[in-house]
Design a protein around this ligand. Structure first.
Ligand SMILES: Cc1cc2nc3c(=O)[nH]c(=O)nc-3n(C[C@H](O)[C@H](O)[C@H](O)COP(=O)(O)OP(=O)(O)OC[C@H]3O[C@@H](n4cnc5c(N)ncnc54)[C@H](O)[C@@H]3O)c2cc1C
Length: 354
């Protein structure tokens, strides 16, 4: 696996250029790639895999904190259900490296530039001073979950404090579960959870309920507990209950919390990518943002994307990126041909050279 760790371009085992048309990955002093992918979770790695298999030179820069890292297992991803998140990332990285993609550990601080025909017009700067250049960029930096500051919530996040019934509802089936009324999405979560458990408690924690919501919750059999949640109560390494002010403890095995999801989209907005009225970067179906040459994949632009959706978004972005590069190269080849220049496809040149 080629893992580039420092300015010298130090690598691990394996490697090989992808034979793409956009220049090689020779060292890291401003190394030029067809595509730099920022973020190496499911979205970014999936984009890189498709690009590397398209014989594009591609680098993935990743700071190593995928959103689901606190969880023991990934669920709902066909053929990967129950796998550890770290194992999914490890396998994805090995696949990307197996096709010649470069994996760079680091944090991207800024992206500047724009599409320039036949040149890597984007400059990607890492926090440690390294610089990469790229013809296109795919940003797959995910999002940040802001959690209520109730003692125990952050500590148990991803284990028995959860947010996604589709990811972890099955594991909490038939158990006493709670929902923290820390945000408006809590009512929806509580109604949904009735699909997995008949013992669902909504801790209001100051959440105002409309008459319609109260009726729906009652009809669904969701028990409403008034009062403020003070902390979560643990017994050894598992959740035992939810403590309210006044020392009342309601026994629960899992608690669902609607987090406030904040996109990690600063690199995109600094480039001028537009956001919609809800505050999420606008993309087309392929993930193309409002800025030419800049794609977004996964949670950075779609808070609802599960791992399988993020991976699909990365693949769609990669296909659109490659198609655009081919169109650019064809236009150049036609111009060259008219001028009496070369007529061979870049991949044929690469094959001839190897
Ligand atoms: C606790 C929890 C459990 C979950 N369980 C499941 C589940 O079971 N099944 C499921 O389908 N979904 C699950 N999800 C949702 C899942 O985490 C997301 O769908 C998925 O992580 C989105 O992938 P992504 O590639 O968009 O972002 P991420 O996986 O978050 O990857 C983003 C990557 O970008 C890197 N990065 C960020 N900024 C920079 C930067 N400036 N420079 C370089 N790198 C950067 C980060 O370090 C990270 O590695 C869960 C979420 C949570 C919070």
């Amino acid at each position: 696996m080629r893992v580039v760790n420092d300015d010298s371009g130090t690598t691990g085992n394996g490697s090989g250029g992808s034979g793409g048309a956009g220049g090689g990955a020779e060292g890291l002093g401003g190394a030029a790639y067809d595509v730099v992918v920022v973020g190496g979770g499911a979205g970014g790695l999936s984009a890189a895999l498709v690009l590397a298999r398209s014989r594009r030179t591609v680098a993935v820069v990743d700071s190593g904190s995928p959103r689901n890292a606190p969880s023991a297992h990934v669920h709902g991803f066909l053929s990967r259900d129950g796998q550890a998140p770290s194992e999914l990332i490890r396998a994805g990285r090995a696949e990307v490296a197996g096709y010649g993609g470069d994996l760079i550990d680091g944090r991207v601080r800024s992206i500047e530039g724009r599409v320039r025909s036949a040149e890597p017009g984007f400059t990607v700067r890492l926090a440690d001073g390294r610089t990469l250049r790229a013809r296109r960029v795919v940003v797959a930096t995910g999002l940040r979950d802001e959690l209520p500051g109730i003692p125990g919530v952050r500590e148990r996040w991803g284990r028995d404090v959860l947010h996604c019934p589709y990811c972890h509802g099955y594991e909490a089936r038939d158990q006493p579960v709670g929902v923290l009324g820390s945000a408006p999405g809590a009512v929806h979560q509580a109604l949904l959870l009735g699909q997995w458990s008949h013992d669902v408690v909504l801790f209001r924690h100051g959440l105002a309920l409309s008459a319609e919501e109260a009726e729906q919750l009652a009809a669904r059999g969701v028990h409403i507990v008034d009062g403020d949640v003070e902390r979560l109560v643990m017994a050894g390494n598992r959740l035992e209950g939810v403590a309210l002010t006044g020392d009342r403890v309601v026994p629960r095995r899992a608690v669902f919390v609607p987090p406030r999801m904040v996109p990690a989209d600063g690199l995109l907005t600094d480039l001028g990518c537009e956001r919609d009225g809800s505050g999420w970067v606008v993309t087309d179906a392929s993930g193309l943002t409002s800025v030419a040459g800049v794609w977004a994949a996964g949670n950075v632009a779609d808070p609802m994307a599960a791992v399988v959706n993020a991976a699909a978004g990365g693949a769609s972005a990669a296909i659109a990126v490659n198609r655009g590069l081919v169109e650019e190269e064809v236009a150049r080849a036609v111009a060259d041909r008219r001028a009496g220049g070369r007529t061979r496809a870049p991949a044929a040149d690469a094959a001839a050279a190897s």
